[in-house]
Write a protein that binds this ligand. Sequence first.
Ligand SMILES: *Cc1c(COP(=O)(O)O)cnc(C)c1O
Length: 364
Amino acid sequence: MSKKWILLNPGPVTLTESVRAALTRDDWCHRETEFASLTQSINERIAGVYEESSANYASVLLTGSGTLAVESMLTTFAPRDSKTLVVTNGVYGERMEAMLRAKGRPVVTVNSAWEAPMDLESVEAVLRADQEVSHVLAVHHETTTARLNDLDGLGKLCRDYDRALLLDAVSSFGAERISFDDWNLAALAATANKCIHGVPGLSFVLARRDLYAEPDPTCGSVYLDANRYFRTQHGDGYSPFTLSVQVAFALDTALDELAAGGGWKARGARYAAVGKRVRDELARLGIEPFIPADDFSAVMASYRLPEGIAYEQMHDDLKARGFIVYAGQGHFSSSMFRIAHMGAIADADVDRLLAALREFFADN
Ligand SMILES: *Cc1c(COP(=O)(O)O)cnc(C)c1O
């Protein structure tokens, strides 16, 4: 089957035929043993995507998009009687700050401009001065600019100053290195439909096993308390609320394909290879990266829209040629476009994409 569009947005991704076909596998009741087993098998494989997390970390599966998993992580693990330091340099960091404020959790911030790296000097100053800060919250791959944040730097500070790291790994889990131990990582949140190549609808929190506790009736949410899910999913396998059964079939297949393809390292290497071809072609066409190319994740890149070209014009032209590119967010909406490298994108698709970009920029 030929696809109508290749998705170059940062999730949901272009699916393999087998992941799409898994959606129609069967009709299962979520409260039957076969689905309990599937839930447990998926959780085991999520923890096993990274060798380092397989023993001491456990995931809970949630029905909802990546934002829901982030909010569940914060509901469950961001403290109420000490402060969380939120380090932001884009939309997703700022969204987490908004979540903490919405919940009335104590927050301090080190905010940077969206085009800037995280401000680790200020982070260190806060950690040194404020003993009430017990947790640090950051975004691994800040999708706003496609910057892979310096988690080695931030994680070392968390280790050195003994603060627990909470991480939005929604657009990195499955393709970028995550150093659980060196970063003093307490928990992360991620989703089925970005680097794992499943369909949207399921997401997960992966936390250190010993941090899960009894469900907390005063945490501010029932649905988002990851402890409720941990107790049941890692007990009899059932979930407190209905999981998206068919989305779980697709995730099951996607996790198989991730492992069969060589795991996160191979996937990251594939993204990097696709990204390099796109970046080189755009450089030949005079299109510049929005931030230094060395700062990009493997997962995606952001580019400066040339003078005189409206984003909508580029988007519509490429859509007609079979490719969905992505706009910049907020105040970047008229100056940036983004191209993600996730999903089932074959070399021939990249060939066609490069030709489409050549034709568009030659005509405009
Ligand atoms: C995509 C994304 C999210 C969550 O997005 P959803 O639309 O809720 O799935 C969160 N953080 C980052 C960094 C992302 O790229």
